[in-house]
Design a protein around this ligand. Structure first.
Ligand code: NAD
Length: 297
């Protein structure tokens, strides 16, 4: 029987853990705060940011939201980040990506105080992750690790294939899987758009993390029987629904669940974990800033 990896349930456990740590902080006189910055007219970005604010409220994190006109000069965004860097009530800063074309994304990420960089995208935090001394692990791959841990998926010595090499998912995911320690020690292959024999790599993979952003392009016949399949992809496809579209992963769920040993659904798999790990990192950041032991990895 294929096991369905329930990301919504594990994310609820993470949020409960976070809420407990918020109480620990509160009893030390600290209210953790997360600032979200939106410089975009994109409705999807607006939705993501409001969901993050709602998530904060649920666990007792103070949400601070700043909106900047999408046509405003880049300096306005840098000044906003500087202000948030200085504020004692802000422990985490998240700039919703993508930023407009006239704003240099790399400069924005560098502007955030690395101790408030709860996305883990600042070069200092990327370096620390690669060096095996992570401060904040990026939310999506960290969420995948938590799922693997929750379902006792053995990664040590496993052959893992990560599909995708983006800075936010593929690269940090591969880095975490090769590291020594729990939910690591996997022999990891990173596949990407120029990979010549994806099928050959997948055929031997005990663990597949799919993050290419291509709807349902991996089907059950490509998988090793019993493999664990983590589908990070979230793709909008036309569908006969009220909204006129449906969300699907990179994996064809029906055929893959015939072959896989365990699989995440879309939605309800990695997505809720990504949201929960942002809260987790914010509480961790507040603990670091105020020297309160919150015991989060
Ligand atoms: P991206 O577009 O930055 O990267 C996609 C990667 O896929 C690239 O590195 C590319 O080389 C690789 N790729 C493209 N075609 C390929 C092919 N045929 N074979 C193998 N690799 C191929 O995307 P991203 O930001 O990493 O996101 C990937 C997907 O994950 C998207 O669907 C995105 O919406 C989703 N996502 C989900 C979450 C979540 O919380 N579940 C979080 C982030 C991203």
């Amino acid at each position: 029987m294929t096991e369905i990896i329930d990301g919504s349930a594990v994310a609820a456990d993470v949020r409960a853990e976070v809420a407990e740590r918020v109480e620990t902080l509160e009893s030390a006189g600290v209210t953790p705060g997360l600032a979200t910055v939106l410089m975009s007219d994109d409705p999807a970005s607006e939705t993501y940011v409001s969901m993050k604010q709602r998530d904060c409220e649920e666990v007792g994190i103070e949400g601070i939201h700043v909106e900047i006109d999408a046509d405003a000069p880049a300096e306005e965004l840098y000044e906003t980040i500087d202000d948030l860097n200085e504020r004692d009530d802000v422990h985490g800063i998240l700039v919703q990506l993508p930023v407009p074309d006239h704003v240099d994304k790399r400069s924005v990420l560098r502007q955030i105080d690395p101790e408030k960089d709860v996305d883990g995208f600042h070069p200092e935090n990327v370096g620390r992750l690669v060096a095996g001394d992570a401060r904040f692990k990026p939310c999506t791959p960290h969420g995948v690790q938590k799922l693997l841990e929750a379902y006792d998926v053995e990664t040590e010595g496993a052959d893992a294939v990560v599909i995708g090499r983006s800075d936010i998912v593929g690269k940090p995911m591969a880095n975490l899987l090769i590291q020594k320690g729990p939910v690591g020690n996997a022999t990891t292959t990173v596949c990407h758009s120029r990979t010549e024999d994806l099928d050959g790599k997948l055929a031997d993979a005990d663990l597949v993390v799919a993050a290419a952003g291509i709807p349902e392009f991996i089907d059950g016949s490509m998988l090793k029987p019993g493999a664990t399949v983590i589908d990070v992809g979230i793709n909008r496809v036309d569908a006969d629904t009220e909204k006129g579209y449906a969300l699907v992963g990179d994996v064809d769920y029906d055929s893959a669940s015939e072959t896989a040993g365990a699989i995440t659904p879309v939605p309800g798999g990695v997505g809720p974990m990504t949201r929960a790990m942002l809260l987790y990192n914010t509480v961790k950041a507040a603990g670091i800033r105020h020297d309160v032991e919150v015991d989060l990895d």
